[in-house]
Ligand binder design. Structure first.
Ligand code: PLP
Length: 458
């Protein structure tokens, strides 16, 4: 018999989690104004809100933390991280920040001005937020295949070069300073970008004399998909693939809370000394001195170690197999999810699961609430609430995908937890015809409203 797959680690420390009753959850949810971000973590049994900063560090990372150098300037931890970034990602310069959006804030303070255009593949919400906050426009050039959730296509994160060309043809090219590619493409379902596409976009960017920025939170998962799906990469190591990916980029922004498996941290890395010098001013102003940015020495040490082990095949294989395990169960039961299963999460297609609810009543949010009520599982809406209002018309942006993201924290839950999640989803799916009304917005922020929105259940 062929041996089944098993995790490439064993567990050394545990954190207890508690079940609750449906009655308790109904009260808690009402008090949380039907916004899952407002729940206390102890009110959640299985927390799939995000895989960001929620992973379990290794014993090597914990021991690296003990060696953290907390010197204000020139700490050894800074040089450990600098070396890891150079060796694994290939960039000569980097700026540490406290997390990914801080990296965006610093970089965009240099690169984005009022009226600018920033084309890319489904910009992440904080990325779009930082662009629109500066009165610039993010234009989504993701391939059309990404928007058909049930179509099996290996690289649904890819950029459509024709759409890029159109953006350049229709706009003043002086307003476009860079193209941003997000790997994996979080917003469209954790879908990867192929090496071929990175190469093409890089070539295109060079021909237009603009930079290519890679928003890199899940770069290692992207490399895993290149290795397992793209011709010519099966025998390359993840580190070799990562090195090639970044050979096409001028700059990367990183949320280390994802594939570098730390609880907090981020950075910007680049090849240009000139850009480094300009961004340094903002980094000192917003984040901290150049050799610590937003991080303590121990955190930089854990991050340096995390970049190394996070780009080992076994680490990513273990992770992606768990996400697939959950996704395949749902597929077997005929539950509509984004396919193929993405790297960090399973995305439920709320338009297909709850078509009877009017779009204006936020199908994905409604489904996320039902799942919490069913079993204390917390996912997150990736739909019209997250999409915010159009900055000019102030209309809700309906018409995009209505998904519930179940993000799986790294090295945190077992497949028994995934079994509970799968059955809870099936139970909601089986009674989907009884769910007829959604939610309405009572109160919202002008930008990134999903974090603080207050809702009423209709
Ligand atoms: C998480 C994430 C960010 C923002 O990073 P934070 O660390 O949460 O601030 C940016 N881009 C992508 C693709 C992300 O997944």
């Amino acid at each position: 018999m062929e041996l089944p797959f098993a995790e490439s680690y064993r567990i050394k420390m545990i954190a207890p989690i508690k079940k609750s009753t449906r009655e308790q959850r109904e009260t808690w949810l009402k008090n949380a104004k039907y916004n899952l971000f407002n729940l206390k973590s102890e009110q959640v049994f299985i927390d799939l809100l995000t895989d960001s900063g929620t992973g379990a560090m290794s014993e090597q990372q914990w021991s690296a933390m003990m060696l953290g150098d907390e010197s204000y300037a020139g700490a050894s931890s800074y040089y450990n991280l600098k070396n890891a970034i150079k060796n694994i990602l290939g960039f000569d310069y980097f700026l540490p920040t406290h997390q990914g959006r801080a990296a965006e804030n610093v970089l965009f303070s240099v690169l984005v001005e009022d009226g600018d255009i920033v084309p890319g593949n489904s910009h992440f919400d904080t990325t779009k937020g930082h662009i629109e906050f500066r009165k610039a426009k993010a234009i989504d050039c993701t391939i059309d295949e990404a928007f058909n959730t049930e179509l099996e296509y290996p690289f649904k994160g890819n950029v459509d070069i024709k759409k890029l060309e159109k953006v350049f043809a229709e706009n003043d090219n002086k307003k476009i300073k860079f193209i941003i590619i997000t790997i994996t493409n979080n917003t469209s379902g954790g879908q990867p970008v192929s090496m071929e596409n990175l190469r093409e976009v890089s070539k295109f960017a060079k021909s237009k004399n603009v930079m290519l920025v890679i928003d890199s939170a899940r770069f290692a998962e992207n490399a895993y998909f290149i290795k397992t799906r793209e011709k010519g990469y099966a025998n390359k190591t993840i580190k070799e693939i990562v090195a090639e990916m970044y050979s096409y980029a001028d700059v990367m922004t990183m949320s280390s809370k994802k594939d570098a498996i730390v609880n907090m941290g981020g950075f910007i890395a680049m090849n240009s000394k000139e850009l480094f010098d300009k961004a340094s001013v903002f980094n000192i102003m917003f984040e901290g001195f150049l050799t610590y940015g937003g991080m303590s020495g121990r955190d930089m040490n854990a991050l340096a170690q995390g970049l190394d082990e996070g780009t080992e095949f076994e680490t990513i294989e273990t992770r992606i197999k768990q996400v697939e395990y959950l996704g395949n169960k749902l597929i077997d039961w005929g539950i509509p999810i984004q396919r193929p299963v993405g790297g960090h999460a399973v995305f439920l297609d709320a338009d297909k699961i709850l078509p009877n609810i009017p779009k204006e009543e936020f199908r994905a949010q409604t489904l996320a609430l039902e799942l919490y009520l069913e079993a204390g599982i917390r996912g997150v809406e990736i739909g019209a609430i997250l999409a915010d209002r159009d900055p000019i018309t102030r209309e809700n942006r309906f018409g995009g995908l209505e998904l519930v993201r179940l993000a799986i924290p790294r090295r945190t839950y077992t497949n028994n937890h995934m079994d509970v999640v799968a059955v809870a989803i099936k139970n909601v799916f089986d009674r989907r015809h009884e769910i007829k009304r959604g939610v309405e917005i009572l109160k919202e922020a002008p930008i990134m409203r999903h974090f603080t929105v207050e809702l009423n259940k209709l």
